[in-house]
Design a protein around this ligand. Sequence first.
Ligand code: 5GP
Length: 179
Amino acid sequence: MYSDEHVQMLISETQLKTRVQEMAQKLTEDFRGRELVVVAVLKGALVFCSDLIRHMDLPLEMEVLGVSSYPRGAETTGEVRLTFDLTQPLGGKHLLLVEDIVDTGLTVDFLIQTFEARKPASINICALLHKPSRTRVHVPIDYTGFTVEDHFLVGYGLDHGGRYRNLPFIGIFNPAQVP
Ligand code: 5GP
């Protein structure tokens, strides 16, 4: 069992597995018979998305995209840009955007605006985690795994300074304990 003095477990591996399977089952029912493109937002959503699609029992395509927000000190300016785009046109296809966590909502808001212009048949948002207390822009989240308090979380794809993405659970990162 992985242990790290800076990380306190919040959502266990078993809880993640159960919830991801439930979400995948619901998505399978909702998207049956539709031409679906599942898009993982790099890098944080990769782990979640790869588990999710393996439990989705329907034909689909998977894409990845990169986004970056311009930093201003610890907070973001709210400006988001695409750093890596999809490899196919979306016209007429059903798009499922898979995010690790919706925090302020700025990233998802930007993605919806960007992809609406490409005229997909529909856009749905699937987020493993949602931090409603941090909302700056209200965005529709169609599928949510867990609603969480305002902590900085790591694991299961989420990083701190590039580390911790490989943790099989989600934990609270405690910088106070960093020497
Ligand atoms: P938003 O645009 O909603 O403010 O932020 C979305 C992105 O911020 C997420 O995809 C994620 O990369 C990052 N983020 C927000 N909260 C956390 C957190 O608690 N831990 C980590 N590791 N990243 C976070």
